[in-house]
Design a protein around this ligand. Structure first.
Ligand SMILES: NC(=O)c1ccc[n+]([C@@H]2O[C@H](COP(=O)([O-])OP(=O)(O)OC[C@H]3O[C@@H](n4cnc5c(N)ncnc54)[C@H](O)[C@@H]3O)[C@@H](O)[C@H]2O)c1
Length: 255
């Protein structure tokens, strides 16, 4: 897909990767509906880029419906939907159910809701493109962040399932899986954030990678190419990979 002239939705557009995608898409001639739970922030990005701002909470099904309907009413049929909004915090199996549910709703169920209401429209039109922002944590794992790892694995699994099920209807799916990106998510305290900052890239570099991945209509978009090697190592020798991850965890805790 060449983004020029397309109608795109970007969720989580008020900050970080979503703001960079909005700048890049509008700069490349797309009409963009920029959605975020923080309407003030997304309104600023919109006035800077010429995108259209909208306040939505992607964890609510009715907000996804409103986002899709308002975009199509104002800008025309949606060509590309970037399900990018997400939250990250540390946690474990000891975390309260509410902590699991909150992340499950934002990082995973939001993708179910958006695709539930987009797929029938796209099937009727014979085309449509769904881009899920998962994470390298969705292919590997994230030390110290159980909910994040689990919900991002679920996001990758849903994206794969949609690609298999609706590819013959002309529907494309890509899954963006960066490692560290220099956004407020990585500004948090903690050994994992500090470790990821060492190889972190800018949101603008992620947006460039997305433009290229969309052009090639590639399923996996990996702004950090080394993630492909880590995933291969995990597939070839799961026990060796787990031991390497335990070693990394020990090293991080010893700092
Ligand atoms: N920064 C990283 O290191 C990194 C790495 C891999 C994947 N990701 C993923 O990239 C995506 C974007 O993250 P980012 O780094 O740009 O973070 P960010 O915090 O800069 O931006 C996230 C945006 O999502 C919005 N948002 C949060 N909950 C929402 C909701 N319920 N409804 C609508 N909007 C909501 C926030 O207001 C914020 O503007 C996330 O899915 C994140 O998990 C980030």
């Amino acid at each position: 897909m060449d983004i020029a002239g397309k109608v795109a939705v970007v969720t989580g557009a008020g900050s970080g990767i979503g703001a960079a995608l909005t700048r890049s898409f509008t700069g490349n001639g797309a009409k963009v509906m920029a959605a975020d739970i923080d309407l003030g922030r997304v309104a600023e990005i919109a006035s800077e880029t010429g995108a259209y701002p909208i306040g939505v909470d992607v964890s609510r099904e009715e907000d996804n419906v409103r986002l899709i309907e308002e975009t199509e009413a104002q800008l025309g049929p949606i060509d590309l939907f970037c399900a990018n909004a997400g939250v990250a915090y540390e946690g474990s199996e000891q975390s309260a159910d509410e902590e699991w549910e909150r992340m499950w709703r934002v990082n995973f169920l939001s993708h179910v809701y958006a695709s539930r209401h987009l797929i029938p429209r796209w099937q009727a039109r014979g085309s449509g493109y769904f881009l899920v922002t998962a994470s390298a944590a969705g292919l590997l794992t994230n030390i110290g962040a159980a909910q994040y790892s689990v919900t991002k694995h679920a996001a990758v699994a849903l994206a794969e399932w949609l690609a298999v099920t609706y590819g013959d209807d002309g529907i494309k799916v890509s899954c963006l899986c960066p490692q560290g990106v220099l956004t407020p998510i990585l500004e948090k305290e903690g050994e994992t954030a500090e470790f990821l900052r060492a190889t972190a890239i800018t949101p603008e570099a992620v947006a460039e990678s997305v433009i290229e991945g969309l052009r090639e209509e590639r399923f996996l978009i990996l702004p950090h190419p080394e993630v492909a090697q880590y995933e291969q190592r995990r597939a070839e020798d799961r026990d060796g990979w787990l031991e390497a991850m335990r070693r990394l965890r020990r090293n991080l805790r010893a700092r």
